[in-house]
Design a protein around this ligand. Structure first.
Ligand SMILES: Cc1cc2nc3c(=O)[nH]c(=O)nc-3n(C[C@H](O)[C@H](O)[C@H](O)COP(=O)(O)O)c2cc1C
Length: 342
């Protein structure tokens, strides 16, 4: 059977969004937002690392470049019961790759190997790597290092080979290169073409490894197709743009089936969830702000967004907002279920 995961996404996959995802999918693995090793070491650990056990299985994604520091961050995170620790080798943001983190690390497989070895010394949990199929250019490198183009299949194959030898058995591959000079992170998720075949080829060349594909996957049909070639599929933007699809993904995972839940039931469960924030409008909104796609492409989509988006009005809190939604959204969309759509 296969693995389905929901991608790490900064400002999206916070605790609230993960709770919401878990109402829809019981079997896929969820990821935290990317957290830097130095934030774990120097920041407010409880705030950064706490989660609700309901979110499990859950992977912590770490970004960094200093192996000692990343090792220390992994050691600290051992006090939290994450199911997997993931290293970010895919983020093209200047903030990350300009500091020799994220995607720019791809051109230095031996250094990444040392990082994962430092991680593995601190945990017995699976250490996985999320990366691109390659990179073009590198920003702010030490002048001793040459400008890098690392975008051929052979480069990717070499990267996977070195990390395999370092003990990584599970790779999540975003099937685009990252262009590290002149493209924003957003453009880097759209402009470099998707090269799914390179990811399929990695699975063929390393059949013993767990290879998960990511990038531009939005439908149940396309998940099914990819799973003919690789072991897993990671969904990113689809999970917040059209989250109701998550009710259908467990069918691909061992012991899983379509979650025949309706939007009304999701909203009722969210009502219980937001009650923990009581009369705190800001927290209530934070808990709901990434659910805006629940009615994607359906009647009521605009209305749902209007209801959730502030201002909420004096004396109205998360629970009242959701009660109102149940009163005014179209019944047939509220009561639609994944199976009745088939
Ligand atoms: C808002 C946003 C934030 C993201 N943050 C991260 C991150 O923290 N770590 C990471 O590895 N990738 C991050 N990504 C990339 C996604 O994990 C994923 O690789 C990318 O969106 C491609 O998958 P998709 O086409 O299914 O969205 C982010 C993407 C988006 C849209």
């Amino acid at each position: 059977m296969s693995r389905i995961s929901i991608a790490p996404m900064v400002d999206i996959t916070d605790r609230h969004f993960r709770y919401f995802c878990r109402l829809l999918t019981k079997k896929s693995i969820l990821y935290t937002e990317m957290v830097t090793s130095s934030a774990i070491i120097h920041g407010d650990r409880n705030k950064i690392l706490d989660f609700d056990p309901f979110e499990k299985p859950l992977a912590l994604q770490i970004a960094g470049c200093e192996k000692e520091e990343i090792g220390e961050a992994v050691k600290i995170a051992e006090d939290w019961d994450y199911d997997e620790i993931n290293l970010n080798v895919g983020c093209p943001s200047d903030r990350v790759s300009g500091n020799q983190m994220g995607a720019s690390l791809m051109a230095y497989p031996e250094e990444v190997a040392e990082i994962v070895q430092a991680m593995k010394r601190e945990t017995n949990k699976p250490v996985t790597v999320k990366h691109r199929i390659g990179i073009d250019g590198t920003n702010i490198l030490p002048s001793s290092l040459p400008k890098v183009i690392f975008d051929k299949y052979e480069d990717l194959e070499y990267f996977v080979k070195v990390l395999n030898e370092a003990g990584v058995k599970h790779f999540i591959i975003h099937a685009r290169i990252a262009i590290l000079e002149g493209l924003s992170p957003k453009d880097n998720r759209e402009i470099p073409p998707l090269r799914y075949d390179d990811v399929y080829r990695i699975k063929k060349d390393f059949p013993e490894l767990l290879i998960e594909i990511n990038g531009g996957i939005k439908t149940i049909e396309s998940i099914r197709k990819h799973l003919n070639h690789v072991d897993g599929v990671m969904l990113g933007r689809a999970a917040y743009e059209a989250p109701f699809i998550l009710a259908e993904v467990d069918q691909f995972v061992e012991g899983g089936k379509i979650n025949n839940i309706s939007r009304r039931e999701v909203i009722e469960k969210l009502m219980d969830y937001v009650e923990r924030f009581g009369e705190d409008q800001k927290m209530g909104y934070n808990a709901l702000k990434n659910t805006l796609g629940l009615f994607h492409n359906k009647r009521g989509s605009k209305l749902w967004r209007q209801i959730i988006n502030p201002p909420w009005g004096e004396g109205l809190y998360g629970k009242n907002i959701l009660e109102r939604a149940l009163e005014i959204l179209p019944e047939e969309v509220l009561d639609e279920r994944p199976i009745s759509r088939r």
